[in-house]
Design a protein around this ligand. Structure first.
Ligand code: FAD
Ligand code: UDP
Length: 395
């Protein structure tokens, strides 16, 4: 194999977008590797008995970015899909994010009206209020509501999902699912909400189908760095792993998925049902809703959060908190020293809790603002001559 201009580590959204951009816009050669046996990263899906299955948990596409939407639409057609989530609260299934309908379902009518009125007065109809913000309210009704929702919806779920309390995480984590001062029962309110018509893997296959792109699955960066001749590197794996955990491991959270087909059951009323306080799992998703096909047997995926153990399971979630930010900064400073030779990006490379559209937006922006700048200059001599081996990996 000749020397590829670029080695891209990871064939998830971040790696695939950057490979496509570099090949198409710069006409440079790219080898994309992934240590998994397939492309797509955590968004990978596959057919099982004619039904699409999301291998690494339910993935619903949603974005407010017209740029990301238009870009991805080159590689897929879409099926409109609005995801609905119900949460088990005091034995009832109510809409999540918690909204005015949830209040009306849970409280006696006069009390419900008063609580709805208090929320609308305080924030305005249509607003999104993070639970940690609502908890700073002093009015008697809102104080009551905040403690009720905190205890019934957020506290137990967050303890299960992260092994931490909501206030010990970055406030951005629970703010992803705010209290909605509206009667909009959808899980997301983004302008674009849809599923790729033929699935995510088909989208990735089209994105990577370019004469300047070679894909090698089942290959780890540790091996590729010596076996794949290359110039610059895009690295979308865990940033601490790249540097051999030189400053100690960053924390991640993992999940175990339990999947079962229920031939005789009628399935779930909504795509996902959350169990904030019951059981040791967090949520169950019925894939039929995501696939837009309620005629077949329910295919249920239950998510059991677990501690991340290196080599034993997957680092699905970076853990955004004050305590991790100092360690992360040390790794980022190391990454900055490789600037221009190795580009870090993605949920694991940036150690950021990105949704799919955010991973794409980050990759598109990295390409436009940094990588495309190298188009004018040919690859530097050092990149051509040798491989860029971080000290920790070359030991
Ligand atoms: P990844 O998809 O993680 O891809 C990184 C790839 O790098 C992996 O395939 C990995 O195998 C590979 N890799 C790592 N290290 C190495 C190495 N050393 N050598 C070779 N390969 C390596 N987002 C949404 O927008 N909507 C959702 O509904 C949604 N649901 C989610 C549900 C779950 C359970 C999880 C975990 C995530 C969910 N996400 C969702 C987030 C989504 O998965 C990510 O935003 C997206 O996958 C990020 O893409 P990425 O390319 O940065 O990372
Ligand atoms: N969350 C919660 N209860 C819920 C739903 C969400 O406490 O019923 C909190 C929890 O901390 C969770 C975070 O909000 O980790 C973000 O939820 P989201 O559904 O966005 O998580 P993801 O789909 O990324 O796992």
């Amino acid at each position: 194999m000749g020397c590829a201009d670029w080695l891209i580590v990871g064939a998830g959204f971040t790696g695939a977008v950057l490979a496509e951009r570099i090949a198409t816009e710069l006409d440079q050669s790219v080898v994309v590797i992934d240590r998994r046996a397939h492309v797509g990263g955590n968004a990978y899906d596959r057919l099982e008995d004619g039904q699409l299955v999301h291998q690494y948990g339910p993935h619903i596409f949603h974005t407010n970015s017209e740029h990301v939407w238009t870009y991805l639409s080159r590689f897929t057609e879409w099926r409109p899909y609005f995801h609905h989530v119900l949460g088990m609260v005091d034995g009832r299934l109510v809409p999540v994010p918690f909204n005015l309908n949830s209040i009306l379902a849970l409280f006696p009518p006069r009390m419900a009206d008063r609580l709805c009125e208090a929320l609308v007065q305080a924030y305005g109809f249509g607003q999104r209020v993070p639970i940690l913000k609502l908890r700073t309210q002093e009015s008697r009704d809102l104080c009551f509501l905040a403690e009720y929702v905190y205890a019934r919806v957020f506290e137990g779920y967050t303890l299960k999902q992260w092994g931490m309390r909501p206030e010990d995480l970055s406030p951005s984590v629970t703010a992803r699912v705010p209290i909605l001062v509206s009667r909009d029962d959808r899980y997301f309110q983004d302008r674009y909400q849809a599923m790729p018509r033929d699935g995510y893997t088909a989208l990735f296959t089209r994105m990577l189908d370019h004469p300047r792109i070679t894909v090698e699955t089942g290959v780890d960066f540790r091996d590729a760095i010596t076996t794949v001749p290359h110039g610059r590197v895009v690295y979308t794996g865990p940033i601490d792993e790249f540097f051999g955990y030189a400053f100690g491991p960053l924390p991640y959270r993992s999940l175990r998925f339990d999947r079962r087909r229920e031939e005789r059951a009628s399935g779930q009323l909504a795509g996902t049902i959350n169990y904030p306080n019951e059981f040791d799992f967090t949520r169950i998703t019925d894939q039929r809703h995501l696939n837009g096909n309620l005629d077949c047997a329910p295919l249920l995926t239950t998510e059991y959060p677990e501690p991340y153990v290196l080599g034993a399971n997957e680092p699905y979630y970076p853990i955004p908190s004050k305590t991790t930010s100092a360690l992360l900064e040390r790794y980022r400073a190391e990454a900055a020293r490789l600037d221009g030779k190795v580009f870090f990006a993605g949920r694991l490379g940036d150690y950021a809790y990105y949704n799919m559209d955010q991973a794409c937006a980050r990759a598109l922006s990295l390409f436009d603002k940094r990588i495309a700048l190298f188009a004018a200059s040919s690859l530097s001599a050092d990149a051509q001559a040798g491989r860029i081996v971080p000290a920790a990996l070359s030991r």
